[in-house]
Design a protein around this ligand. Structure first.
Ligand SMILES: NC(=O)c1ccc[n+]([C@@H]2O[C@H](COP(=O)([O-])OP(=O)(O)OC[C@H]3O[C@@H](n4cnc5c(N)ncnc54)[C@H](OP(=O)(O)O)[C@@H]3O)[C@@H](O)[C@H]2O)c1
Length: 265
C-alpha cells in the first residue's frame, strides 16, 4: 500500500500515518508524509520505521506552495510509483470576525490552506493515479473537511467557509474522477482530540481520540465511502443541522461559544 498524507506532523494526519503503518506493516507499505515542521516529520519517520516494517518518505512543505507539492509528487512517483491513496489533512483553524480588520490575513490564510491546499495536494498525483487505476491499482483521493462546513458557525466564518468550500470542492472532484476510476472520499470529522481542539475552552460533544478516529477513517477510506461524518453521533447532528431553517439556526447559534483566536501563519 502506498499512501501520501499532508498535515502528518500532528493530530489527525499523524494518527493516519500510524494507522496505515500498523495496518499494512507486512505489505511493504510506503508512507509519504508532508507538513512544514520537518523535525516532527523526522520523529514520525523514526517511530514508524522502528515499529513497523514500512518505508516513510518526508516532504517538508507548505500546502500553499503548488510547486513544492508538484516536486514532492514527482519525487514520490519516481521513487515508488503512483500512490494508492492521497490524503489532504493539512488544515488550520482560528476564530475570526469579519468586523475585525486584523482578521483579514487569517481569512486569507485559512482559505488558502484549507481549500487551495487540497487542490495543490491532489493535482500533481492525478495523472499517475489515473494510469495506475487503468492497470487495476487502487487509486483514491481523501479530503479532511469538517462538520463546521455544514452550517456557518459564529466566530469561525473563515473556518466554516473553508470547510463548506472543501466539501463542495471534494464533491465536484468525486464526480470528475469517476471517469478515471479514482475514488474520492470526504471525511467530515466532529471533535477529535488534537492540538487544534486542545485550545478550545468549551465542551466538545462526542470528542474522540485521534488514534481511534484514524482507525475509523482508514475503514471508511477502505470502504470507499463518498462522504462520512466521524464519529457517527456527529453524523446525526450534521443531518439535523442541515434541516434546520435559517431562522431557527440563528436562534440556536447566536450564543454559541467562539473558537479561540490563534496566530495563523
Ligand atoms: N481536530 C478536530 O476536531 C477536527 C475536526 C474537523 C476537521 N478537522 C480537520 O482535520 C485536519 C487536521 O487537523 P488536526 O486536528 O489534526 O490539527 P493539527 O493537529 O493542528 O494538525 C494540522 C496539520 O496541518 C498541517 N498544516 C497546517 N498548515 C499547513 C500548511 N500551510 N502547509 C502544510 N501543512 C500544514 C500542520 O503541520 P505544520 O504546522 O507542521 O505545517 C499539522 O500537521 C484539518 O484539516 C482540520 O481542519 C479537525
Amino acid at each position: 500500500m502506498k499512501v501520501f498524507i499532508t498535515g502528518a506532523s500532528s493530530g489527525i494526519g499523524e494518527a493516519l500515518a500510524h494507522a496505515y503503518a500498523k495496518r499494512y506493516q507486512n505489505e511493504n507499505a510506503i508512507i509519504g508524509v508532508a507538513a512544514r515542521r520537518s523535525e516532527h516529520l523526522q520523529a514520525l519517520r523514526q517511530t514508524l520505521e522502528a515499529h513497523y516494517n514500512i518505508k516513510c518518505a518526508i516532504y517538508t512543505l507548505d500546502v500553499r506552495d503548488a510547486a513544492a507539492l508538484s516536486a514532492a509528487a514527482d519525487d514520490y512517483i519516481q521513487q515508488f510509483g503512483a500512490p494508492n491513496i492521497v490524503i489532504g489533512s493539512a488544515g488550520v483553524s482560528s476564530g475570526t470576525l469579519t468586523e475585525n480588520a486584523d482578521d483579514t490575513h487569517a481569512f486569507q490564510a485559512i482559505m488558502d490552506i484549507n481549500v487551495t491546499g487540497l487542490v495543490n495536494t491532489f493535482q500533481p498525483f492525478i495523472n499517475a493515479m489515473r494510469l495506475a487505476a487503468k492497470n487495476g491499482h487502487i487509486a483514491q483521493l481523501v479530503g479532511i473537511a469538517s462538520v463546521a462546513g455544514i452550517r456557518g458557525l459564529p466566530g469561525a466564518g473563515a473556518y466554516s467557509a473553508s470547510k463548506a468550500a472543501a466539501i463542495a470542492y471534494l464533491e465536484s472532484l468525486r464526480v470528475e474522477m469517476l471517469h478515471h476510476n479514482i475514488a474520492v472520499t470526504t471525511i467530515a470529522p466532529g471533535y477529535i482530540r488534537t492540538p487544534m481542539t486542545d485550545i478550545n475552552t468549551y465542551s466538545m460533544p462526542f470528542l474522540m481520540d485521534a488514534d481511534i478516529a484514524a482507525a475509523k477513517f482508514v475503514n471508511a477510506i477502505e470502504n470507499k465511502r463518498r462522504f462520512i461524518v466521524i464519529p457517527w453521533q456527529m453524523g446525526w447532528v450534521a443531518r439535523l443541522m442541515r434541516l434546520i431553517p435559517p431562522v431557527l439556526w440563528d436562534f440556536m447559534a447566536k450564543n454559541a461559544p467562539h473558537k479561540p483566536k490563534i496566530n495563523v501563519e
